[in-house]
Design a protein around this ligand. Sequence first.
Ligand code: NAD
Length: 295
Amino acid sequence: MQRIAFLGLGNMGAPMARNLLKAGHRLTVFDIVASARESFRPLGAAVASTIPAAVSDAEVVITMLPSGDHVKAVYLGDTGILASARADTLLIDSSTIAAEDARAVASAAATYHLDIIDAPVSGGTSGAEAGSLTFIVGGAAAALERARPVLEKMGKNIFHAGDSGAGQVAKICNNMLLGIQMLATAEALSLGVENGLDPATLSGIIAKSSGRNWALEVYNPWPGVMEAAPASRGYVGGFGSELMLKDLGLAQQAAGASRSLTPLGSLAQQLYRLHCQNGNGKLDFSSVKMLIAGS
Ligand code: NAD
């Protein structure tokens, strides 16, 4: 089994790393938060307190970090991953970041002759726990084939979107659509409820009609309609509104670069920004229903 270094042990990274341990990989972990990395010691992982110590002996390095600035800080520089990894190490960045940041890190990796893929994920924390994530990969096909056996320990679906950065582009296209879809679903349910309909009855009708969609059918934003959805537990857990706002911002950044028309994505970004400014950034993104329905 390969020696893997895992950096970034947050809501997503920790369960992904645990699945690699369960699969029998030898794991070295690193996070800037000491308690996050120390929680892996009892599980049998080696714990490193610097990036060079984490990656210098690894065959595969995986990063799961909040943003592009974090990714660049961790990969680049004298004590970064690129300068510290062995010549044959495979690098996998699963963070959701701007495609241009992913391409910048990939160009830097090329100067070290290191294989790297951007491999952002879909499936949320429950998918990370269950090992059922979807990986959306950008980079060389050969690098993806090297990564595939490792990705399969953490996910069920693996897509090759194209060259470096393409995984990030596909990911933000999906999340822009999801953010719009959630707002539209909340708006339709709110209209129905304010006109006397029961939200569960209306959801059942739309689920068998042409307005059906994932936000409605799997992740319903109205409390009480779907027992397992964050809406039915006070919007705690799930995918934070501030992370949705981040992804909508990345979509607008990409749209600016390509001069694409994204009016609904732009409006969704504004509405999520307002929702976060109202103090709801940590709540699941389906809580945007409160902005639409007033509570
Ligand atoms: P998180 O904030 O819970 O975890 C990030 C971790 O990175 C933290 O433990 C933090 O201490 C660590 N970190 C920060 N800087 C570091 C550094 N320099 N060196 C080492 N560790 C460092 O975030 P998350 O929810 O796990 O999300 C991670 C990425 O996955 C983000 O890009 C996010 O957009 C994406 N994502 C999240 C979800 C979700 O549902 N949470 C779903 C899909 C994708």
